[in-house]
Design a protein around this ligand. Sequence first.
Ligand code: FES
Length: 113
Amino acid sequence: MRRNQDITDAVGETFSIHVNGETVPAIAGESVLSTLLASNIRALSKNDYGRLASAYCGMGVCHCCTLEINARHKQRACQVAVQPDMDVRTEANIVVENTDLESHTVEQGETHV
Ligand code: FES
């Protein structure tokens, strides 16, 4: 995968991270979110109801960029500095992966207690 979304020339030490098993170029000092967006990876997060989302605020408030980093779930991509050989998994949600969403469907008009 290559960076094709940088607005200016990338400056600094470069290294690779792994995103969903693919090698992605990164630059020291940038956030995981910046690395992903620079390579046009935009579907980042899956919420607890299985819906996909992407980054919204970019400053740690909205939690729309949560993903798995180095086997730790629900890490905010915009708040974690990228490190060499980091292992990132997008669209990962431990709640969804361990829950049968079909059996938790709330019918319209039903009160969820
Ligand atoms: S984009 Fe909002 S918390 Fe990361």
